[in-house]
Design a binder for this molecule. Structure first.
Ligand code: UDX
Length: 447
């Protein structure tokens, strides 16, 4: 492997595609495999299969230059043609919170079968989020069994978690805070380190070499810490709401100036959603329980988050007396701005509870309307503009803090709604300004 290594990536969700396009855009020859024909067709036409700022240009450039090609299935060919294989398949939640390893296992089987045919040394790198112990006790035996080869001797096995955020996924891939490489043997770990040193040169982020299970745990611990930080500030928000004159935003700003605390992930609001935090906190709880330890702090993180949609619906009920027959405008559906993803979006339990209470819901989101239509079908109405969403509304709940919502003025709400009642679920409006002209309430704001 003296020349530039060739790379294959199995699974082209956010993590897989960003890894593939990141490497291809820096001149590596990359093969991306997925079983989803439509996804691969799009990739081969230079079109990202999901909305993600910044990736479109680099993807089409890489496809045109021939540094990136997509394959439907054909893992064996991908492994044969390359030196490293990243596994970035999904690890969805089971109903008990544990993770479903179906895709991981089938990727391991395919890699093993391909390695049976291959004479050269190959390195498999698990990038999917898997609970501690999975790479060692699930992936390794499958590859050895299917290939008839020995880990460390004929192939290497590493675990290299990804910390990218949706909405800035591609930039996060190119500018990582740290690289974590767990390995079964140091030879494979060093080779993956060399790949990253070359990729990030001259600004190589700190690289942590560790065991497979520590690498797996680092991913969960990081996400659980961030989720806990959010539930912490939302707890302070709940306290603020009971104290006249208290404002969680000012509390968070002052807390964040303490370098030991830091200002990020202290935005109080409707809590966390998305494809990672809810799933990862649940999985870490389930994994700890399986090892005989109850992680009470993580249980609390989850419980605090679970109650926030109920809180905002109750706030709405307080303002209107009853929700039955009332028209509620929902601004923002995506789990956060800059994505069309609604996995575990806070809008889902909020809307479901409003519907259960007999309210009529009109929703607007700059990019997630199609995603929402697949979830709510015709149980709610969809507006094509902010004004259309507010028209005739008795109350508006701001759920996702898209930049275009931040520009709205109290007069705009007054002019468009039937009753100017606004609940700011993400603390994007100035309470002083808005309270003067509307019935305004917000998360973490004492009356
Ligand atoms: C997260 C992690 O940040 C990333 O490192 C990991 O790889 C995947 O999970 P992501 O799910 O894309 O990334 O979104 P993120 O920006 O972290 O936000 C997650 C959720 O937390 C969103 O619903 C967001 O609205 C919420 N959030 C975030 C808050 O409520 N308050 C905050 O201060 C920050």
């Amino acid at each position: 492997m003296s020349k530039r290594p060739k790379i294959s990536v199995i699974g082209v969700g956010y993590v897989g595609l960003c890894t593939a396009v990141g490497l291809a855009s820096r001149g590596y020859s990359v093969v991306a495999c997925d079983i989803d024909v439509e996804k691969i067709n799009k990739i081969n036409r230079g079109i990202p299969p999901f909305f993600e700022p910044g990736i479109q240009e680099k993807l089409s450039e890489s496809v045109q230059k021939g540094t990136l090609k997509g394959l439907v299935g054909e893992t064996d060919r991908a492994v044969m043609e390359t030196d490293f294989t990243y596994v970035a398949v999904g690890t969805p939640s089971n109903s008990d919170g544990s993770i479903d390893l179906t895709y991981i296992k089938s990727a391991a089987v395919n890699i093993g079968k391909a390695l049976k045919q291959k004479t050269d040394y190959h390195i498999a790198i698990i990038k999917s989020t898997v609970v501690p112990g999975t790479t060692q006790s699930v992936v390794l035996p499958i590859i050895e069994r299917e290939s008839g080869k020995k880990c460390d001797v004929d192939f290497g096995l590493c675990m290299n978690p990804e910390f990218l955020r949706q909405g800035s996924a591609f930039q996060d891939t190119l500018n990582a805070d740290r690289i974590v490489i767990g390995s079964h043997d140091t030879q494979a770990g060093r080779r993956v380190e060399a790949l990253y040193c070359e990729f990030y040169s001259p600004q190589v982020p700190p690289i942590i070499q560790t065991t497979l299970s520590t690498a797996e745990l680092i991913k969960y611990a990081s996400n659980a810490m961030l989720a806990t930080k959010i539930s912490f500030i939302n707890t302070i928000a709940n306290i603020c709401e009971k104290i006249p004159g208290a404002d969680v935003q000012v509390v968070a700003e002052a807390m964040g100036l303490d370098k030991r605390i830091g200002s990020q992930f202290l935005d109080a609001g409707l809590g966390y959603g998305g494809s990672c935090f809810p799933k990862d906190v649940k999985a870490l709880i389930a994994c700890s329980e399986a090892f005989g330890y109850t992680p009470e702090l993580l249980d609390a993180t989850e419980n605090v988050n679970k109650k926030l949609p109920i809180k905002v619906v109750n706030l709405c009920r307080q303002q209107l007396g009853t929700l039955k027959g009332k028209q509620i405008a929902i601004l923002g559906l995506a789990f956060k701005p800059n994505t069309d993803d609604m996995r575990e979006a806070r809008a889902i339990p909020i809307i479901n509870q409003l519907l259960e209470a007999g309210a009529c819901v009109v929703a607007y989101d700059p990019v997630a309307l199609l995603t929402a239509k697949a979830i709510f079908k015709d149980s709610i109405c969809y507006a094509n503009s902010i004004a259309g969403c507010l028209k005739d509304a008795d109350c508006c709940i701001l759920v996702t803090e898209w930049p275009e919502f931040k520009k709205l003025t109290p007069d705009f709400f007054n002019a468009n709604m039937k009753q100017p009642i606004l609940i700011d679920g993400r603390r994007i409006y100035d309470p002083q300004k808005f309270r003067k002209k509307l019935k305004f309430s917000a998360i973490g704001l004492g009356q």
